[in-house]
Design a protein around this ligand. Structure first.
Ligand code: BGC
Length: 247
């Protein structure tokens, strides 16, 4: 079955049709820069443009970088505050015509990695972290998702972790990968204490540079640390896949 997956990010909104049985994109992804300010109607227009680029009419899965419950947005750390309480599923559905499922971006990426990527078949606790504009998280136990975990906002040296070590902060502060990995390792250590995971999957914008930072990441326990396999396509794939589960 083919579903359109759309990933709303801080800098770009990307989409592609996905075969949800194999988790493969069936066409090259199409990207439009995120409108600034990223107000609800402006973002919905972009979503519509992406769907019409693929002449797509069927079900669509969309990721959103905030807390999402039953299609409604409940937080706005890296998006315009006017999104809070917006029924994004309803808004996008109005623009697209077909059924729309909206989920947190890291939850979508995590689901894709658990189903088709680095987490496939993993039992126990797995934590997927996405490093991009913010830090997203998805927690799984025996393959089941605990949604909206928001671990990017736990405190690290007295500040939101994502203000210490997201990819955006690394770039802004021109941090070397070695220096960045040191802070991330401290972050992983905090999460290890809280959740005793078997595996961390590191994804998001940073994942294509895994060879640069992975050797420097350390953990206190014998937890495994692996890069995301689907790189930056994980959100698109997971959003598409989830339409079948959540609708
Ligand atoms: C948001 C999360 C989101 C993450 C990655 C955080 O600021 O609170 O909901 O998953 O950024 O985009």
């Amino acid at each position: 079955m083919v579903v359109l997956g759309i990933d709303i990010g801080g800098t770009g909104i990307k989409g592609a049709p996905v075969d949800i049985d194999t988790g493969k994109l069936i066409a090259e992804r199409f990207r439009i820069p995120t409108p600034q300010p990223a107000l609800p109607n402006a973002v919905a227009d972009v979503i519509e443009q992406i769907a019409s680029h693929f002449k797509h009419k069927g079900p669509t899965g969309v990721t959103f970088p905030a807390i999402v419950k039953k299609g409604v947005i409940y937080s706005a750390s890296n998006v315009d505050a006017s999104w809070i309480q917006v029924d994004a599923a309803k808004l996008f559905q109005h623009h697209l015509g077909g059924p729309v499922t909206v989920v947190n971006d890291a939850d979508a990426a995590g689901i894709a990695e658990m189903r088709f990527g680095s987490g496939h078949g993993e039992q126990g606790v797995v934590i997927m972290l996405t490093f991009g504009t913010g830090i997203g998280s998805a927690i799984f136990h025996n393959g089941n998702l605990l949604p909206n975990s928001e671990l990017g906002h736990i405190q690290l040296r007295g500040k939101d972790a994502e203000l210490r070590c997201s990819e955006r902060i690394r770039e802004q502060k021109d941090m070397s990968f070695k220096k960045w990995a040191k802070i991330v390792s401290e972050y992983l250590e905090t999460l290890e204490k809280l959740f005793s995971p078997e595996l961390f999957i590191i994804g998001g914008g940073i994942s294509k540079k895994a060879d640069k930072f992975l050797p420097y990441l350390t953990a206190k326990t014998d937890v495994l640390i692996q890069p995301a396999k689907m790189l930056n396509d994980a959100g698109i794939i997971g959003a598409a896949y989830l339409t079948n589960i959540l609708s």
